[in-house]
Design a protein around this ligand. Structure first.
Ligand code: SF4
Length: 60
């Protein structure tokens, strides 16, 4: 299981609010581009997938 970001659902037009939501600091973003998950830091807690209003993050 790992968090995946769906580029089709993420509008990539704003600062991702999940950067401040992830308790592990696993999410980074260059500018307003597609966020990235550091799988080495991610604990698969699922918080980001519940918080994203676009449903762009999914545990698979
Ligand atoms: S699943 Fe949890 S630890 Fe992993 S990126 Fe999302 S909020 Fe961060």
């Amino acid at each position: 299981m790992a968090i995946n970001i769906n580029a089709q659902k993420c509008p990539q037009n704003h600062r991702c609010p999940l950067l401040n939501i992830c308790p592990a600091g696993a999410i980074t973003q260059r500018g307003i581009g597609l966020p990235e998950i550091d799988q080495a830091k991610c604990t698969n807690c699922g918080k980001c997938s519940r918080y994203c209003g676009m449903g762009a993050l999914q545990l698979k």
